[in-house]
Design a protein around this ligand. Structure first.
Ligand code: GLN
Length: 313
């Protein structure tokens, strides 16, 4: 077991990268057609400390779509604007044990619309942002994500077009939420802005800094900007711990013991509160839509460093 000095952090990133680099399990998501065209072998691993130091290996500059890794950060904006009780009252915080795009979860949780880390709750979170217009809603969400990353994030327009043209499932979710009075803006507007949010381009370093901002109690280590009030950070991390991997959240916590969030574009970020974040990216995902290489790399690093929240395993 290694400690957490600088040499060890770089070493464990290098070892994780070489250990999993040739793994071919899983396949790119293709229900969003353009995701199938991302080179499948890409693989990047980054640790970002709470003071902004980076330890990197692999394809760390490749820009991919953030997808669901955006969800906790927009939930954070809802907390900033309305307080944490709003998430409880207007969305819910229960893990579903069901896939990220489940409609059944809405029927089961009619009074709660699940949680902000699955599609239903994330679309509801977008609809809750206090905005004057659709462009204002989008501008606030984009700016918030950029504040977490400490850099500008481009909209990957081809991803947006591909996802919006095929967004029948999410459209159904938005309309169902609206029917249950669990959506707080026009449904098609919420769907469009949610899809834009998911189509923002990040690289593995950006994801690591977004996580490091949470590890640093809500202040971005690169810009020094307070992005989320520190008293809301534990609430957000609790959501990530219970629902960050959808229907694999239990297995993830069981084996890695860290709050984390995945996206179907292949990105994952995990947070060691008060210390650092571990991000990884690789496009091949499993049945639950979680990147196999990224998941293994982060779990390996957490294990080697002994940083699981409930003790080293
Ligand atoms: N934009 C994707 C969707 O709505 C996000 C899903 C994911 O990353 N798991 O289907």
């Amino acid at each position: 077991q290694v400690g957490t000095d600088k040499l060890d952090l770089q070493n464990v990133v290098d070892v994780a990268y070489s250990k999993y680099k040739d793994l071919q399990d899983g396949a790119n998501a293709d229900y969003i057609p353009i995701l199938a065209t991302v080179p499948s072998d890409l693989f990047g691993v980054v640790i970002a400390t709470k003071d902004g130091q980076l330890f990197t290996a692999g394809d760390i500059d490749y820009k991919f779509s953030i997808q669901s890794v955006s969800k906790p950060f927009t939930a954070a904006l809802v907390m900033q604007q309305m307080g944490p009780q709003a998430l409880l009252d207007k969305i819910g915080v229960e893990p579903t044990g069901l896939p990220f795009n489940s409609k059944m979860a809405l029927e089961l949780y009619e009074q709660r619309s699940a949680n902000p880390l699955v599609n239903a709750g994330a679309i509801a979170a977008v609809s809750l942002i206090q905005a004057e217009s659709e462009s204002d809603r989008w501008a606030q969400i984009k700016e918030n994500l950029e504040n977490f990353a400490g850099t500008e994030l481009p909209l990957l327009d081809e991803v947006y077009q591909s996802e919006y043209e095929t967004a029948w499932s999410n459209r159904a979710i938005a309309n169902l939420l609206y029917n249950y009075n669990r959506l707080y803006s026009d449904p098609e507007q919420a769907l469009r802005v949610y899809t834009q949010q998911c189509s923002l381009g990040v690289n593995t370093k950006d994801l690591a800094i977004m996580g490091a901002t949470l590890a640093n109690a809500g202040t971005n280590p690169l810009t020094g900007k307070l992005v989320l009030n520190s008293r809301h950070v534990p609430e957000l991390l609790a959501l990530m711990a219970t629902a960050g991997f959808y229907d694999e959240s239990g297995a993830w916590m069981y084996s890695a013991g860290l709050p984390a969030k995945t996206g179907v574009g292949g990105g994952i970020v995990a947070i060691v509160p008060g210390q650092f974040a571990i991000a990884a990216f690789s496009p091949r995902v499993n049945q639950a839509g979680n990147s196999i290489k990224a998941m293994k790399a982060i779990r390996f690093i957490a294990g080697e460093l002994g940083v699981g929240l409930y003790g080293a395993n």
